[in-house]
Design a protein around this ligand. Sequence first.
Ligand SMILES: NC(=O)c1ccc[n+]([C@@H]2O[C@H](COP(=O)([O-])OP(=O)(O)OC[C@H]3O[C@@H](n4cnc5c(N)ncnc54)[C@H](OP(=O)(O)O)[C@@H]3O)[C@@H](O)[C@H]2O)c1
Length: 233
Amino acid sequence: MQIAVIGTGNVGGNLGRAFARAGLHVVFGSRDPGGSTVAGDTTAKVATVADAVTGADVVVLAQPGGEVSDFLRTHAAALDGTLVIDAANRFPGPVLHSAAEVAELVPGARYARAFSTQAWETFRAPTWDGVQGDLFFAAPDTDRSTVEQLINAVGLRPQYVGAGEQTMLDPLLFVLFSAFERLITENIAGSRSILSSLGVHDGDQLRNTPSNLAPRRSIDRRDRSLRAPGEPG
Ligand SMILES: NC(=O)c1ccc[n+]([C@@H]2O[C@H](COP(=O)([O-])OP(=O)(O)OC[C@H]3O[C@@H](n4cnc5c(N)ncnc54)[C@H](OP(=O)(O)O)[C@@H]3O)[C@@H](O)[C@H]2O)c1
């Protein structure tokens, strides 16, 4: 299975290296492959975006959400027949995923939504105090085991919400924000840099998010898994 990871930033870099460390064949797609050190100590390769998607079985979208439609248009032929795993968030929404765009622009691709509802720090360090983080995902039934394999490779515990259920996952990101808001309220060091890494710089934006979308228990669990390594509990 050849995996193309599009975007070599915090999300793409940590996912691609984790996949490669699990023995999977990874090619990062970068706008500047020659200058990239994203593969680190792994066997992953770095190529142009066009070369990365050529021959890929799975394509992970880890670029800014606003770039996804152009990417799909430009590489539609190569994406035909692939499984597209969408980790990108189209801020400011209201719809954060790109399922409709994939269906319209690459009708021959299959669509899954994963790696969109946890912060990149969790992809780098998925376990705190012995507690393994969860990752909710949506995928066609036939691709469920593939996505689970990738989530397991990152060290997270796959939680399947169903085929075509990507819209159900968007609110979980707001739950994540809500957890971050509490971290800020409690003035825990490091929370602002985590938010910044998510592209969230405006505290007012957070205060307007629907914090009541998940049971309290779930938010508490997120707090645990969101705590950065070394951050006080
Ligand atoms: N940050 C998080 O914790 C988090 C969590 C879940 C999902 N997400 C989503 O995952 C995606 C990537 O987030 P990230 O935090 O990894 O972002 P990032 O660190 O800024 O990385 C984005 C990467 O996308 C590529 N890219 C392609 N076109 C670009 C453009 N016009 N401007 C900037 N970069 C471009 C770049 O790689 P090259 O320079 O090599 O082309 C860049 O390194 C976003 O859609 C975000 O919403 C983020």
